[in-house]
Design a protein around this ligand. Structure first.
Ligand SMILES: Cc1cc2nc3c(=O)[nH]c(=O)nc-3n(C[C@H](O)[C@H](O)[C@H](O)COP(=O)(O)OP(=O)(O)OC[C@H]3O[C@@H](n4cnc5c(N)ncnc54)[C@H](O)[C@@H]3O)c2cc1C
Length: 509
């Protein structure tokens, strides 16, 4: 029997913070160890020369996940963060010079598609695609979200028998088909199909290799909206840290964890910090990358670590290059979120996800935040955030050497397809994040932005379960654990890890 109710969380990313707050709200004593000097992991900020950039995530969807975490202690999220709904959600720039705004109301969007792509059936195709997406969203809510899932068996109560509804829901998942293939069954206009493909970029995976169930992401966004936390996405970890502090969470930044302590090769009983401090714990939630947790932090449990590693082939999600451009003059034709699309999605995804090389003509995502939050730039200026997805790090990738040429590719793309011919003359501040920087700053797998890829038309959506099947009292949270990457999903993963721990009753309170 364990006499302590202390739970240790390794890593203070959004998943770790969500787990810590949920556990503290349920009465546990929680210590969060974070190797970096800041809390929030990738959700951090760059403030320089009068410009303020969110360094990592910029698009917040499904805010109800965050609300649920605050409700654990009867608190209201709105008392901690001021969320602003953005509609239109994205402005899209295509190689043929056309632009298209994605608006959240499905009927309004379909009407706009009637004008954008007349007599092609695209408007009706969009309506029908969103009906499928709605169904897949419901299937995810029912079988996939809010519980620890590591594979299809965890999803379905096999003992309860295969009821007709379950059979229908499994069929709706279109297992064996890809996102890109499914989108093109509905949407004849290649530009609109390319726009919809890009929902899988939220999970850093190729739409050509990802399972069709991920088509549900479109409906999650049209129904629940895109939100901007005033002050930047950084406001989300700040709110969680404030909430956690009120609940008594002990935050220990600047303190890396060297290993998890395992008794008898089976039960996690604590951690050792990089400085050699031994901290006993009734349970540990690891918010470090799940693969690296097993490969690097479990020297006491080599068998359990090997079992995890053999379970499947873990492929990192994509990485990326981010340019943070401080402009002395904003561009009026941009919205808060913009996509400047590649000339050919197949070529782009083939380079990033199959060949493992940067795409010669990439899609650039832009965040131009000053129209919502003027404090991000000096008056009239713009803190322009430019993200281009790249392959995860391969041994021959040397980004110090690769960056200058790729920066030029990105700027040329923005000048032409993005309609910003004088971009370079407006830049008064510039900083950059490369795949190597992402790897080093956030201790991820091969520079991956979004944890593990969702590749595999049958089982690609599954990630390692939040409740470790290999070690007692070990729980996993973050982008490389169920249900996957992106702010709402990692917050949910933290909640699930905490809830599983609480349900298991590992701690004597
Ligand atoms: C450039 C970029 C753009 C993105 N855009 C979006 C977006 O628009 N919308 C969206 O929803 N998501 C986006 N994401 C993804 C999103 O940021 C991540 O999915 C999410 O923030 C990851 O949270 P996490 O819980 O997995 O933790 P991480 O942020 O990965 O944090 C894990 C923490 O664990 C710490 N750690 C690791 N090992 C140890 C150890 N041994 N000891 C102590 N601490 C340790 C690390 O230092 C790190 O702080 C983006 C990410 C990046 C980088």
């Amino acid at each position: 029997m364990v006499a302590s109710n202390r739970v240790v969380v390794v890593g203070g990313g959004l998943g770790g913070l969500a787990a810590a707050c949920t556990l503290a709200a349920r009465g546990y004593g929680v210590t969060v160890f974070e190797a970096s000097p800041w809390l929030g992991g990738k959700a951090t900020v760059l403030s320089e020369a009068g410009f303020r950039f969110d360094m990592g995530p910029t698009i917040l969807t499904i805010p109800d996940v965050l609300r649920r975490i605050f409700r654990e202690a009867g608190r209201n999220l709105d008392d901690y963060v001021n969320l602003v709904r953005l509609d239109p959600q994205w402005r899209c720039f295509f190689g043929d010079g056309s632009t298209l705004d994605l608006v959240e109301n499905v009927e309004r969007m379909a009407k706009s598609l009637d004008g954008y792509s007349p007599n092609t059936g695209t408007a009706d195709g969009y309506r029908n695609f969103l009906k499928l997406s709605d169904r897949l969203h419901r299937v995810s809510d029912e079988y996939f979200f809010w519980k620890s899932i590591g594979g299809i068996r965890d999803m379905i109560d096999v003992k309860g028998g295969f009821k007709p509804k379950i059979v229908g829901d499994v069929r709706a998942m279109r297992m064996g088909r890809s996102v890109a293939g499914t989108v093109r069954k509905f949407i004849p206009d290649a530009r609109v199909a390319q726009m919809i493909d890009h929902f899988t970029q939220y999970v850093g995976s190729s739409p050509e290799a990802s399972p069709a169930v991920l088509c549900g992401i479109a409906h999650m966004q049209t129904e629940d909206g895109i939100w901007y936390p005033m002050g930047g996405t950084r406001a989300v970890p700040e709110a969680l840290v404030k909430f956690g502090t009120e609940l008594g969470v002990d935050f220990r930044p600047n303190t890396g964890i060297k290993r998890l302590i395992v008794a008898d090769g089976k039960t996690v009983t604590g951690v050792e910090t990089d400085g050699g401090e031994i901290v006993e714990a009734a349970a540990v939630v690891s918010n470090a990358d799940s693969v690296r947790t097993h490969r690097e932090l479990l020297p006491d449990a080599p068998k359990a670590a090997r079992k995890f590693d053999r379970r499947r082939k873990y492929e990192p999600a994509c990485s990326g290059v981010v340019l943070y451009l401080g402009l002395n003059k904003a561009y009026d034709h941009l919205l808060h979120h913009d996509f400047v699309f590649s000339r050919d999605p197949h070529e782009e995804f083939d380079f990033i996800y199959r060949k493992g090389e940067p795409a010669p003509d990439p899609t650039c995502y832009l965040a131009a935040t000053s129209r919502t939050d003027p404090a991000t730039a000096p008056p009239g200026g713009e803190a322009l955030y430019v993200l281009v997805h790249t392959p995860y790090l391969r041994p021959h990738h040397d980004w110090k050497q690769m960056l200058p040429a790729y920066r030029r590719v990105i700027l040329d793309k923005l000048k032409t397809t993005g309609k910003m011919p004088d971009l370079e003359s407006r830049i008064v501040f510039e900083s950059v994040l490369t795949p190597q920087d992402i790897h080093d700053r956030y201790r991820v797998l091969n520079g991956a932005i979004y944890g593990l890829a969702s590749h595999g038309k049958w089982l690609g959506a599954f990630k390692p379960a939040n409740r470790s099947p290999d070690l007692r009292n070990l729980y996993l949270a973050g982008g490389a654990a169920h249900p996957g990457p992106g702010m709402p999903m990692v917050l949910m993963s933290g909640w699930i890890a905490a809830d599983s721990l609480d349900t298991d009753g590992v701690v004597v309170r």
